[in-house]
Structures are given as structure tokens and as C-alpha cells.
Design a protein around this ligand. Structure first.
Ligand code: ATP
Ligand code: MG
Length: 413
């Protein structure tokens, strides 16, 4: 290290974190100085002359920053991996160097993102947490350079985690969440017992690897919220039309996924989002698999473990299944959009997963009933392909239109 190592390091730290660094003269004899970062004073440094006093002041400031162990992360190394081109963008070895986070000066909320994001070059500002799933945490961030908002999913690293960005980077469809980039980072913060994803609860100093996936930012309300909101409303005259539009967009995305020889495997309302363009966006490709991937036909249990309602097709519990599992899930979701099983009587009488739909549903939504029933066929071969569902839903749309015209006609007589 050069003789100015402490002042240089402190200067770099301040510049990297966009902080204002100044030195104050405390005393002239003996010469005493101190570093002031964003108005915060650090311990005095004494020296034979101004230069030495400044070095000592910088050294004391770095030491003091380093001691705030809950806020400072020692980074052994940091690697950014951009999967789009599968090329390493940057790799910096920072052995035994102190990289302290700007988070020392941030609010608690910001620290939550910052403390798991130890990338000193981070171009993102934390905004808020958007959601938490079994595998990760999703945060809203602002890209400081282009001044745009994105969602970043942060997952504890494992080989299979890469599947999601690898697949997403190949997909381009208006009803599939848009992927921007991904990278890995190391953090000295270890997960706590209740959250395998990322947490600032305990500091161990041993870096853990996380995968960051940058995606388009969607509405905070998922299809699950849409359904719950609708359940609380007494009536919604537009529900039938809206449900149809949502189902049509979903199946558009599913047809595209299947055309790429992929199976989503985890379609459920919480994984269906709405984009800024108000379009339906299929998200959470954490369980996606290639249709001919013989090694990996058994589903990961994450959804079950979380206790969320199961949208798995019957055959998905075994090893032999294909893209039709997505059609089964779509059938369940479309039914849920249209109908709430409210009474205990109805609950005891029907078993949706066995194609037993309520009688009243069948008579109210005749064309939807036929389509949904076929999607819920126990035998996957009897379920329609996504392309067939698209034409079936077009028929539903015509039927709904015809019924509406007839209803208006009756109303005007
Ligand atoms: P799980 O395994 O529980 O289904 P997960 O850990 O794989 O979930 P996601 O389903 O991808 O994670 O995301 C969890 C939640 O974060 C979503 O239900 C949604 O509320 C929110 N979310 C995910 N992606 C976005 C996004 N791009 N924009 C806005 N919110 C998002
Ligand atoms: Mg999810």
C-alpha cells in the first residue's frame, strides 16, 4: 500500500457510496484532525504534521466504520454475472479490504436491501419490499442511472436457482414477466431460521452467495389479491368479462411457454402479476423445466411446504408428467376467478380437482363450464392443448357477447 493508503481508502469509500468526506482541523499543536462523513464526526487522529494527522484520522474513521459489524460487510470477493451473454462482467478481489456499506447512513428499510446487497458498485436504490416467497424475497429498486424502477428477486444461491433467469432470458412475450439481468453476490449476513432467503438477523462474517434477478416491475397486487378483492364484493357485473380476459392472457403466455418446450409447473394466483401496462404477466419461473428434461420431473416441494393451496395436477405428484400440468392449473385458476365456493353444503358436494363443479356454476357459465371441465380432466391426454383453450375461450367470448345482447334486448322490451 502507498503511504496515503488510509486517506485513499476512505476517499474511495466515500466516492463509491456518494458520501461527502471532509477533514476538520481540531488542534494545531499537537496536530489533531478528524474525518467527517456526511456530517458525522469520526475519532480524532494525531500526528507530527498535518499529513500524518490526516492519515491517522482516516485510519480511525475506517476502523470505526469496520466496527459497526451489523452494518458493515466485509466482502471477500464480488462477482457480477450477466446471464444474457453468460459472461463475467466484473470480478474484484477485495481480500481483507474494508468495504463498508453506505447503509450506515441509511434508514432501517434501506439497510434491509443494502445489507444483503454488498455490491459496492450497486446502481440500485432500495425502495421497498414487494413480496416474499418460499425461495426468496422480491424488492422494488430504483436504477440510479436511468431513473427507472425494477423488481429484484433475491434468492439463496443453489444450482437450480439459475434455471429461472436462464429460462426468462430466452422468453419474450407480453404476458410473461420481462427479464433484464441477473448476477450473484456474496453477503456476510446469514439467513435466520425462519427465512432461508435473506435476512439481516444474524451476522456471521462468512459470506453467503445470493442470486439477484432483475425484472420488470409489476403491480403489487397479484391475481391472488384480485380474487380476494372480488370475493369481498357483493356483485361485480364485469367479473365474467374480466375473468375471461385474464384467462385469455394467461393461456397466451402458457401457449408461448409450451412452444419453447418448457413447463412452468407453478401456476397459481400469487404467481400471476399485472404489468404497468395492466396486462397479465406470468411470473415465478423458479420451477420451470424443459419438457424433455428426464432428470428433473419431480416437483420441488416449496409450494406445499409453504402451505399455499395446491394447483398441482394429479400426475404431478409422480414422475411422469408433461406440459398438461399447466393446463390443469389454468383450469383451477379460471374456475376460481369465476366462482367462490361459499357454503359448507357446496364444499361437501363438489371436488373441483375431480371435475366435480357446482351445478349452479354449470348453469350460470355454460361455455366456461365446458372449457374448465376439459382442462381439469384427470387424464392429461384428455386435457386440451393451450392452442385449443385459446379457441375455446374465443367461443366463450362470443357466447358472453350474445348473452349480453339478448339481456339488453329483454331490458328494452
Ligand atoms: P413461491 O415459491 O412462494 O411461489 P418465490 O419465492 O418463488 O415464491 P415469487 O413468486 O417470484 O417468489 O415472488 C414472490 C412475490 O413477490 C410474488 O407473489 C409477488 O407478490 C412479488 N413479486 C414477484 N415478482 C414481482 C415483480 N416483478 N413485480 C412486483 N412484484 C413481484
Ligand atoms: Mg411465487
Amino acid at each position: 500500500m502507498g503511504k496515503n493508503k488510509y486517506t485513499t481508502r476512505l476517499k474511495k469509500f466515500a466516492r463509491r457510496n456518494d458520501l461527502k468526506l471532509e477533514y476538520e482541523n481540531v488542534l494545531e499543536r499537537p496536530v489533531i484532525m478528524r474525518a467527517v462523513i456526511n456530517g458525522q464526526r469520526f475519532p480524532d487522529g494525531e500526528g507530527q504534521n498535518a499529513e500524518k494527522a490526516k492519515q491517522n484520522a482516516a485510519q480511525n474513521a475506517l476502523k470505526s466504520l469496520n466496527e459497526k459489524e451489523n452494518l458493515i460487510v466485509e466482502v471477500r470477493w464480488c462477482m457480477c454475472l450477466y446471464m444474457e451473454h453468460v459472461s463475467q462482467i466484473c470480478c474484484s478481489i477485495l481480500n481483507n479490504d474494508v468495504i463498508s456499506e453506505k447503509s450506515v447512513f441509511l434508514s432501517d428499510e434501506e439497510k434491509r436491501f443494502k445489507c444483503i446487497s454488498v455490491n459496492s458498485n450497486s446502481q440500485f436504490d432500495y425502495v421497498e419490499e414487494l413480496g416474499k416467497g418460499a425461495f426468496g424475497r422480491v424488492v422494488k429498486v430504483k436504477d440510479k442511472l436511468v431513473e427507472k424502477y425494477y423488481a429484484i428477486k433475491i434468492i439463496r444461491w443453489n444450482e437450480k436457482a439459475l434455471r429461472e433467469p436462464m429460462v426468462l432470458s430466452d422468453l419474450e412475450h407480453p404476458n410473461i414477466i420481462r427479464y433484464f439481468s441477473c448476477w450473484t453476490e456474496y453477503s456476510g449476513y446469514q439467513s435466520d431460521s425462519t427465512d432461508e432467503s435473506c435476512s439481516t438477523q444474524s451476522f456471521t462474517g462468512s459470506p453467503k452467495k445470493y442470486l439477484y434477478i432483475q425484472m420488470e416491475l409489476c403491480d403489487t397486487r397479484t391475481l391472488l389479491d384480485w380474487i380476494e378483492d372480488w370475493y369481498t364484493k357483493k356483485s361485480n357485473s364485469k367479473r365474467r368479462e374480466e375473468s375471461l380476459t385474464i384467462a385469455q392472457q394467461m393461456v397466451g403466455g402458457i401457449e408461448y411457454i409450451h412452444s419453447k418446450k418448457l413447463i412452468h409447473r407453478d401456476l397459481k394466483p400469487a404467481n400471476i402479476l399485472f404489468g404497468q401496462d395492466t396486462k397479465v404477466k406470468i411470473g415465478d419461473f423458479g420451477l420451470v423445466t424443459a419438457e424433455n428434461d428426464d432428470d428433473d420431473k419431480s416437483p420441488i416441494k416449496r409450494t406445499e411446504e409453504k402451505g399455499t393451496p395446491s394447483y398441482m395436477a394429479p400426475e404431478q405428484k409422480g414422475k411422469n408428467y408433461g406440459r398438461k400440468v399447466d393446463i390443469f392449473a389454468l383450469g383451477l385458476i379460471y374456475f376460481e376467478l369465476l366462482w367462490k365456493i361459499s357454503s359448507c353444503y357446496e364444499k361437501s358436494k363438489v371436488d373441483i380437482r375431480k371435475q366435480e363443479l357446482p351445478q349452479e356454476f354449470a348453469s350460470t357459465f355454460i361455455s366456461e363450464y365446458i372449457t374448465i371441465r376439459s382442462m381439469l380432466s384427470m387424464n392429461p391426454e384428455d386435457r386440451p392443448e393451450a392452442s385449443k383453450v385459446i379457441t375455446d375461450l374465443e367461443e366463450c367470448a362470443k357466447q358472453i357477447n350474445a348473452e349480453e345482447i339478448a339481456r339488453r334486448g329483454r331490458a328494452t322490451v
